[in-house]
Design a protein around this ligand. Structure first.
Ligand SMILES: Cc1cc2nc3c(=O)[nH]c(=O)nc-3n(C[C@H](O)[C@H](O)[C@H](O)COP(=O)(O)OP(=O)(O)OC[C@H]3O[C@@H](n4cnc5c(N)ncnc54)[C@H](O)[C@@H]3O)c2cc1C
Length: 370
């Protein structure tokens, strides 16, 4: 049987990006997908990607291949709490950057990565495990049931919430403004987008207690749109569904170990964060960039599966991942608390943060760096 430098197990966005990154270093890469993977073309999500993620996709020649209407820049972000005047406003102008994030069509990104993989030298698709010096586990949530299940403890705690995603079309232009509502018991994001209607579309991500989410999913389109209007008010104009609604149970957690002799874990397989801060994929793509740079800089005599080499990757990624996990967990707990004194405290806190420009800059910089 042919043997490879690296086998990438799991062909989501993280696995595909890693395969392309390693092939660019001249390594032979086998990519093994799940047997019953969901077709990416049915993914209605859109991701908020940070400049660091975009830089990686540019290096992989995937970013510029995306159609113009598959990526939309965010220039302003409005975050509302559940009290009068509890608003946080972020702007690219205030941050002195071209954009705060870019919203990218999940299915289009998967398709461009897939096309790049087809033409990449040194990449082979395989159906079963093959001999390889290093196995990179990128199986996302599926990792807990995958080949590492007896080696690594995968902590997965159910938040009791589901996220509903869908595309919407608004009656007024989005003006490149992302809108978020942080409150108890839901977190709702309207991400400006240009599909299907240029300038007037949004990608919806609505995280709610599971029972409420199930009830919303069971409603017909008209009833759902009414509930949505009640949740977001009229700032974005009237919103109509422009796609099917899809939903995900929201789990948080991580893998107890990220590497061992001959194996390494990346992306959601290593760390699962709540989507309220839109950082899960950004963390996964930062893992890819870190592992590829550690491998590129290795000593000529060091084997790819050498645990000491892989520990360099883990050392690079541990602190930023820990920080982002604490931030998202902290926000989730803070905004899930219905008690009136806590609600008042967090709403006042938002008003204070909004007035302190350096603090807002610092917060934005953390999100841009991930
Ligand atoms: C509603 C929602 C909105 C989100 N929005 C954002 C956002 O705005 N920004 C952001 O950065 N992140 C966001 N995220 C998080 C983001 O979706 C994930 O972090 C990202 O998709 C993880 O990519 P991955 O490749 O690690 O895992 P996955 O996308 O889960 O891919 C794993 C792949 O491995 C395959 N697989 C599973 N088991 C096996 C096996 N045993 N063998 C081989 N293959 C296997 C699966 O079929 C799949 O193809 C959001 C998440 C949700 C739920």
């Amino acid at each position: 049987m042919q043997s490879f430098d690296v086998q990438v197990s799991g062909a989501g966005i993280v696995g595909k990006s890693l395969a392309l990154s390693l092939a660019r270093l001249g390594l032979s890469v086998a990519v093994r997908s799940a047997r019953a993977a969901t077709p990416p073309s049915e993914d209605v999500r859109a991701y908020a990607l940070s400049p660091a993620s975009i830089a990686l996709l540019e290096r992989l020649k995937v970013w510029d291949a995306l159609a113009d209407d598959a990526r939309t820049a965010v220039h302003e972000m409005l975050v509302r709490g559940d009290g009068e005047g509890a608003v946080l406003e972020f702007s690219a102008w205030e941050q002195r950057v071209a954009e705060l994030a870019v919203i990218v069509d999940a299915a289009a990104l998967e398709q461009e990565l897939e096309a790049a993989l087809r033409f990449a030298p040194h990449v082979t698709r395989v159906d079963d495990d093959v001999p390889a010096a290093l196995v990179a586990h990128c199986e996302g949530r599926g990792a807990a049931l995958g080949p590492l299940r007896d080696t690594v403890a995968f902590e997965r705690s159910d938040t009791g919430q589901r996220a509903i995603a869908a595309r919407l079309v608004a009656t007024v232009p989005h003006r490149h403004t992302a809108r978020q509502w942080f409150r108890s018991p839901d977190v709702l994001a309207l991400l400006p987008f240009d599909r299907p209607e240029p300038g007037r579309s949004y990608a919806l991500v609505w995280s709610l207690p599971s029972a409420r989410a199930e009830a919303l999913l069971a409603m017909d389109r008209g009833a759902f749109e009414q509930e949505l209007a009640a949740a977001v008010g009229s700032d974005a104009g009237a919103l109509a569904l422009a796609s099917e609604r899809a939903s995900w149970p929201l789990l948080v957690g991580g893998a107890s170990e990220w590497c061992g002799p001959g194996w390494v874990v990346l992306g959601d397989a290593a760390h699962l964060v709540h989507p309220l801060a839109g950082q899960g994929l950004n963390l996964g793509l930062a893992d890819v960039a870190a592992l590829a740079s550690v491998i590129a800089a290795r000593e000529p005599w060091r084997a790819l599966g050498d645990e000491r080499l892989l520990r360099r990757y883990v050392r690079q990624r541990a602190a930023p991942t820990w920080a982002m996990t604490r931030i998202t967990d902290g926000l989730l707990r803070l905004f899930a608390e219905p008690a009136a004194p806590i609600r008042e405290l967090r709403n006042n806190g938002m008003q204070i943060v909004n007035r302190v420009t350096p603090l807002k800059r610092w917060l934005t910089a953390r999100a841009l760096d991930s």
